[in-house]
Structure formats: C-alpha cells, structure tokens
Design a protein. Structure first.
Length: 86
C-alpha cells in the first residue's frame, strides 16, 4: 500500500480528503464514466477490512450468527441480570 501525506495533494484532492475525514462522505472516482477508485474514511476502511475478515472466517461468522440469534430469542442474560446490578 502506498502512503501519501495529505499536504502533498493539490487543493481539490485535499478538500475531498478533509470532507471524507470530517463528514464520512465517500467519493467515487471514474474514468470514462466507469468506476476506478473509491475514497472512504480510514475508520470505514478498517470496518470494511474487519467485515471481510469475519466473512472469510466461517467459524467466527457462525459464532456471531449464533450470538445474534441468542440475543433475538432472549437466550442470553444482560449484565444487570447476571450480576444483580440495579
């Protein structure tokens, strides 16, 4: 992966990066009306990478599915219920 300091970008590109960083706005770059690249915030990039890792790990994905189902059906206890916290 290449790393480029934002200060090395031209003003238009720097503005796009700032908008992405502050508001989460995504920018799609095209060539001849065809998508070629996408600008997303670093936090969103990390979340996407994590999602890809989870989906590619069948056991972990199954455990998450099971936990979500247990949550929906009430088969889990809340922390308050577990420790009698009021």
């Amino acid at each position: 992966m290449k790393t480029i300091d934002v200060l090395d970008l031209d003003d238009a590109a720097r503005a796009l990066v700032s908008e992405c960083e502050i508001t989460g706005t995504q920018t799609l770059f095209t060539r001849n009306e065809r998508p070629v690249a996408m600008l997303v915030s670093y936090d969103e990039y990390l979340a996407l990478r994590e999602t890809i890792e989870i989906v590619n790990e069948p056991l972990l994905y199954a455990q998450i599915e099971t936990a979500e189902e247990e949550g929906r059906t009430g088969k889990v206890l809340l922390v308050e219920e577990l420790f009698d916290v009021e």
